[in-house]
Design a protein around this ligand. Structure first.
Ligand SMILES: *[C@@H]1O[C@H](CO)[C@@H](O)[C@H](O)[C@H]1NC(C)=O
Ligand SMILES: *[C@@H]1O[C@H](CO)[C@@H](O)[C@H](O)[C@H]1NC(C)=O
Length: 343
């Protein structure tokens, strides 16, 4: 997912690089829960290196888990085809970023995905598995054009650049947690409501965006999870399709969008905007158990004469106790007969 990070007035756009890579005293680590598109990673590093001096020496400060899965170019092509098919068949797409994330996690779950450790080991073995995986997608999507040899050639080059960064991720985290005392900050991607299990399925990403991702995505034992900070904006935004009960599809939403400069970092899409939805915040807290909340962008609301906050979802006059799991009806926005707003 995209993160904009501003350091010394220089604005960096990160998708795969951890934000901490700008801190020259910190070691950054990409865990096994991340799926990595190698051309994307190195292009991102080059592009951001031209913006300021923040990334200087990044290759000495970045470690990558040997267990992280790889996103191939054909995963990205498949992402585009799948979105097109969803649009044709059901008249609605998921609004994915077409970065190949979903298809790469599908390969991971289907157990024919390839990992960083495969790429930096015996290349002929990797090549064989790569051809099988590419063949699988070609059979599924006859219109898919894969230049297998060209991609293999490209990957061979990346394998060399990648090798010095690769580490045994589980052992790395174990040493970090049990060695000399240090501060460890875990950065996740996306938002709780985009989590594959707890989000507004199917309008979600394919990975774990809630606190459990710290354990599964890094190999950190639950007993080591310390304080959990919920970061929540003073209003609600959503990029792409999906239910959004407090959305203000009018001047108010436009004001939040423009004053808050709400554009997706990865796609540049305008984010949909609306009032803060406390039903969602409470739900996110049930799953994550925040120790504290960082409420951001309150100043964006400064010019508004009145601010509203969604507090309850009501169906047939009865308030729902929590955020509901079933979203098929709610997708049409008729599920919530109304939202109680409090000034
Ligand atoms: C995240 O969630 C999925 C689905 O529940 C699970 O299969 C996967 O192993 C989890 N962890 C990571 C790191 O993706
Ligand atoms: C703005 O739009 C939302 C729906 O998107 C609606 O509920 C709300 O009443 C509108 N507000 C005004 C001031 O028109």
């Amino acid at each position: 997912a995209g993160h904009t990070v501003v350091v010394d007035s220089v604005e960096y756009d990160f998708h795969l690089l951890p934000s901490g890579v700008l801190n020259k005293k910190a070691i950054s680590f990409i865990g096994n829960g991340v799926v990595i598109h190698l051309p994307g990673l190195f292009e991102e590093a080059e592009k951001n290196s031209q913006k300021g001096s923040g990334l200087q020496g990044w290759e000495e400060r970045l470690k990558i888990s040997d267990r992280a899965h790889i996103v191939f170019n054909f995963h990205q092509a498949v992402d585009g085809i799948q979105e097109q098919l969803r649009q044709q068949q059901a008249g609605k797409n998921l609004g994915t970023t077409k970065k190949g994330i979903g298809p790469a996690y599908s390969s991971k779950a289907a157990r024919n995905g390839l990992r960083v450790c495969d790429l930096v080991s015996d290349f002929s073995v990797f090549e064989e598995k790569f051809r099988v995986l590419a063949g699988h997608f070609q059979t599924t999507y006859p219109n898919l054009n894969i230049d297998i040899d060209a991609e293999l050639e490209q990957l061979k080059g990346y394998a060399e650049r990648l090798r010095p960064l690769v580490t045994d991720g589980v052992y790395f985290m174990h040493k970090a947690l049990n060695g000399p005392s240090k501060k460890i900050l875990v950065e996740g991607a996306n938002a709780a409501l985009l989590d594959i299990d707890f989000g507004t399925y199917p309008f979600v990403t394919s990975s774990n965006c809630t606190v459990g991702g710290v354990c599964t995505g890094l190999g950190v034992p639950p007993s080591h999870v310390g304080r959990v900070y919920g970061v929540v904006k003073a209003y609600t935004t959503r990029v792409g399709v999906g239910a959004f009960p407090t959305e203000q599809d009018n001047d108010t939403g436009d004001l939040l969008q423009s004053r808050g400069r709400e554009f997706g970092v990865t796609t540049g899409r305008r984010r949909r905007c609306g009032w803060l939805d406390l039903v969602l915040v409470r739900y996110a807290h049930m799953v994550n158990g925040f120790s504290a909340i960082a409420l951001t962008k309150l100043d964006i609301l400064d010019t508004l004469p009145e601010i509203k906050i969604g507090i309850t979802y009501t169906v047939d006059g009865k308030p729902l106790p929590s955020f509901p799991g079933k979203l098929t009806i709610c997708y049409t926005f008729s599920y919530f007969s109304h939202i109680t707003m409090q000034q």
